[in-house]
Design a protein around this ligand. Structure first.
Ligand SMILES: [Fe+2]
Length: 317
């Protein structure tokens, strides 16, 4: 068992992801305990905190702010509940009337389908997302689905053949929010007539370095539409090959949510993730999940984009 002073670390996968026990987030952490938790996140990429028990959204936000600048939502989907803090993103399956979403609510379900593709939160933005912190307020009954999957994008890069590493080392991925939604909802009239190239695009290195550990990361996500300087089809083929490589079962950790009050934190600059769709709870049981996102402040935070363009950027997704 790896040693830690302020909590117990239980590795959940051979190369990344862990659970920690013994962290009570109903009270503020000391600086030393927080530093140990942040180091643990950088090393493992995903940290599940059992029994974190934030007393309210306020403590969830305050905890997140210790990682950096917490994103505030600029736009709230009118088909979602209104929540009191702009820092809290609604990841529930509830609609504006606080009722379970059904498949007939197209404006609500397109996002759910988009999040079921492998991605890093906010990669479509000029300034990307660093940490996401997801809090389980109300989980559906056990074994009805709703788990979250993560892929180790650092180990996946490390294991690539040398010639692939050489081929992709200086490439730039061009990311698009719309690309993800179109891919996930090919028949939706909401996106059918929109062209990805007419919408905002963000440029990020395909292989950025994860600064805290110095390890290269495969930053190809369901938002990556093409590769700069490559024909679109050829770039998309390469992106799909890299995502397929990085999300092989040997690189994936499946987090089964267990108890209300559990929290998952992940580093979007080190791992990919996806929600799993098609669980038996869908359309039937409430799943109230709330997320904060912390903006990246590292050297690759703005990728190859103009930082000015980040001012009006979309909410993370
Ligand atoms: Fe996400």
């Amino acid at each position: 068992m790896p040693s830690a002073t302020y909590f117990t670390i239980k590795p959940m996968h051979p190369t990344f992801a862990c659970e920690v026990e013994g962290l009570d987030l109903s009270k503020p952490l000391s600086d030393d305990a927080f530093a140990e938790l942040r180091d643990t996140l950088h090393k493992y990429g995903v940290v599940v905190i059992r029994g974190a028990n934030f007393p309210s959204d306020k403590e969830h936000i305050e905890f997140s702010a210790r990682f950096g600048e917490v994103e505030k939502s600029k736009y709230r989907n009118p088909h979602m509940r209104s929540l009191p803090y702009p820092e809290i993103f609604d990841i529930s399956n509830l609609d504006e009337k606080n009722q379970v979403v059904t498949n007939s609510n197209e404006k609500r379900t397109t996002a759910i389908r988009g999040n079921a593709l492998w991605h890093a939160d906010g990669s479509f933005n000029p300034r990307r997302t660093y940490v996401s912190c997801l809090n389980a307020i109300e989980l559906p009954p056990p074994n009805t689905g709703g788990h979250t999957e993560y892929a180790d994008a650092r180990q996946a890069y490390e294991d690539l053949p040398e010639e692939t590493k050489e081929k992709i080392k200086d490439l730039v991925g061009v990311h698009s929010f719309l690309h993800n939604r179109k891919t996930a909802n090919p028949d939706s009239p909401l996106f059918k007539d929109l062209n990805v190239l007419d919408e905002p695009l963000a440029r990020h290195k395909l292989v950025p370095i994860h600064e805290p550990t110095g390890r290269p990361v495969l930053y190809a996500t369901a938002y990556t539409h093409h590769i700069e300087g490559m024909p679109i089809d050829e770039g998309q083929k390469l992106i799909q090959e890299l995502i397929a490589h990085a999300t092989q079962p040997k690189y994936v950790f499946k987090h089964h949510w267990a108890n209300n009050g559990d929290v998952a934190i992940w580093d979007n600059t080190a791992v990919l993730h996806r929600a799993t769709a098609g669980g038996a709870y869908e359309g039937k049981y409430r799943r109230d999940m709330r997320r904060t996102c912390v903006m990246d402040s590292g050297k690759d935070a703005f990728g190859l984009n103009n930082p000015e363009d980040a001012k009006g950027q979309r909410n993370s997704s």
